[in-house]
Ligand binder design. Sequence first.
Ligand code: TYM
Length: 331
Amino acid sequence: METVVSGIRPTGFLHLGNYFGALRNFIKMQNEANCFFFIADYHSLTTHPKASELNMHIKNVLVDYLASGLDPEKSTLYVQSDLPETAELYLLFNMLAYMGELQRVSSFKEKVRRHPDNVNAGLLTYPVLQAADILIHNADKVPVGKDQEQHLEMTRDFAQRFNHTYEIEYFKLPVAYNFGNELVKIPGLDGSTKMSKSDNEASCVYLSDDPETVRKKVMKAVTDSGPTEPNQEKPQAIENIFQLMKAVSAPETLQFFEEQYNLCQIRYGDMKKQLAVDMIAFTAPIYEKILELRSNDDYLRKVAKQGAEKARESAVKTVREVREIIGLRSL
Ligand code: TYM
């Protein structure tokens, strides 16, 4: 059976980008693979150093995981920092990672640009920690969105470098995965190419938004005055609305609005109304479950504890074997 590993940072509520880029695949994969899905709290500390908010969002992400359909009896769900073995593997991989390659990573360069006052070493070595997360369970596949592609390439580089340095085929070379398709990038409602909680709250539809909030957000989505020539290329903001519709609506609905657009007869108000209806049909059942789970702290604690225990079995084994391969020993 294949091993699957992925994680999401607890920096906020999960949005449709997280769902269609990652979570949807987690849910499908849990039926056919040995799955580990975690909440990446160590990674969040690179940008959000205060634990109070972090703890709140760890709970929220776990609730969102469960409400979306992750089953703790099928996949191992845990909090990254409950697995300190990851930190040891990260340290060992740091000796195999080069400054130059880390400085060239696009997510690092972007964070430096956005937050020049907080260029900490954790940000630089972020992909090394991510490799440790994945390789601690010796994964085959990593379900992620398009923005994680480069991090996965680096994971393979570190795995290969380890194998080469210690002359052993120990780590597999895991691949970024999306069910039967290319990796996806869900756009924002504000005309931006990626739905992202750090860019603009209004660009995101959260799984935990109540139906009225979803409707309001969709109705406010950026559009323009409409096409002026038949079959005109779509500007980014309009392309985004179509892409969101592709994610949540029936193919016939999408086709209808495509035709209207190409004939220059489209009414964006109608299109957004339809998009809101279809999006709510998708989010409302998840939202209902979120409300139920939120008040069930005992259950959530039990899930996290059971997940940590299961995850540690495989993590302890990997770290023990890696120490042996490197030749580290205690007297
Ligand atoms: P994070 O927390 O930013 O995002 C979690 C997952 O959601 C996907 N995603 C999207 N997919 C499509 N469209 C979007 N607009 C969109 N926004 C987010 C991301 O691609 C990701 O799959 N570094 C990771 C967390 C991590 C990790 C790991 C992932 C830490 N260790 C090990 C996999 C394996 C991150 O910051 O994701």
